[in-house]
Ligand binder design. Structure first.
Ligand code: 0L1
Ligand code: MG
Length: 264
């Protein structure tokens, strides 16, 4: 680690202020060029502890940057994980307000709900499938707090993997009722097709992404408890949205999710 404990807290406060105030800041490595991935996770953990100390409740975890296309687009080489807070969940079909976001983008994912604890290192996709109660389609609304959505891996990890809002679908599926590697997804914005994808874009199989998340948690001395909700990474590219937009995502064999964006 390159950051001192005081610097970790300073960056936690910088990111938290940008998240709460919905304004963009330069990526953290502009001021702290020697910041490492481990430093990014130290800031993220400090952020999670602060939000929970303020009365927030953690609702789950997410893994992002899970497709080759996304890694290339963002100029990073490995996935990253982040946490989901309960107050950032939105009900499918409801409205997401944009005045409290900087430059939101929507992506389509499969989310897992677990029935048994998972621990790494060495967690496998098979173990994930055995520990999964059900999967649901989901939307993630990401919102980098960095100017121009430009960052590097330590910065985006400190910003909690751009986590902003998440919208779970209501239809639940057992993992053996689906081919998790072959879910075709279409994303429409204002009635126009804007993105498509197949779920194998997520590291070949979204269950592999969840196993990777468990193994990354282990590096931080944490396990994934039973009854966890986990977003497995984007199947489609992330599409920018603004107030007035309507989104409809159709997951073949899993139903659809709609959401509207309004300023307030
Ligand atoms: O969930 C994601 O894949 C996003 C991870 C962070 C990178 C980004 O903001 O695009
Ligand atoms: Mg995502």
């Amino acid at each position: 680690m390159a950051l001192t404990p005081d610097e970790v807290n300073q960056l936690r406060d910088r990111v938290l202020a940008a998240q709460k105030g919905a304004y963009a800041i330069p990526k953290l490595t502009d001021d702290f060029p020697s910041m490492t991935v481990a430093d990014g996770y130290a800031v993220q953990t400090a952020l999670r502890r602060r939000l929970c100390a303020e009365g927030g409740r953690q609702a789950g975890w997410k893994i992002g940057l899970t497709s080759k296309a996304k890694m290339l687009q963002m100029g990073v080489s490995v996935p990253s994980i982040g946490f989901l807070m309960a107050d950032t969940e939105r009900v499918a079909g409801s409205t997401v307000t944009t005045q409290d976001l900087v430059h939101p983008r929507v992506e389509c994912e499969i989310a897992f709900f677990t029935k048994a604890e998972l621990r790494g290192p060495g967690c496998t996709a098979e173990q994930v499938l055995a520990a999964t109660d059900y999967v649901v389609p989901a939307l993630e609304i990401i919102d980098s707090r960095f100017s121009g959505f430009k960052f590097d891996l330590p910065s985006v990890i400190a910003d909690n993997g751009s986590s902003a809002r998440f919208v779970p679908g209501t239809n639940q599926y057992a993992v053996d009722a689906l081919d998790l590697c072959a879910i075709h997804v279409t994303l429409e914005k204002n009635g126009e097709l804007v993105a498509t994808g197949i779920s194998d874009a997520v590291l070949g199989n979204p269950a592999i992404a969840i196993a990777m998340l468990v193994n990354l948690l282990a590096e931080q001395g944490e396990t994934l408890p039973a009854q966890s909700f986990v977003m497995s990474g984007a199947i489609t590219e992330a599409i920018p949205v603004k107030a007035g937009d309507s989104i409809r995502a159709v997951f073949d064999g899993m139903g659809e999710i709609t959401t509207q964006f309004r300023s307030a």
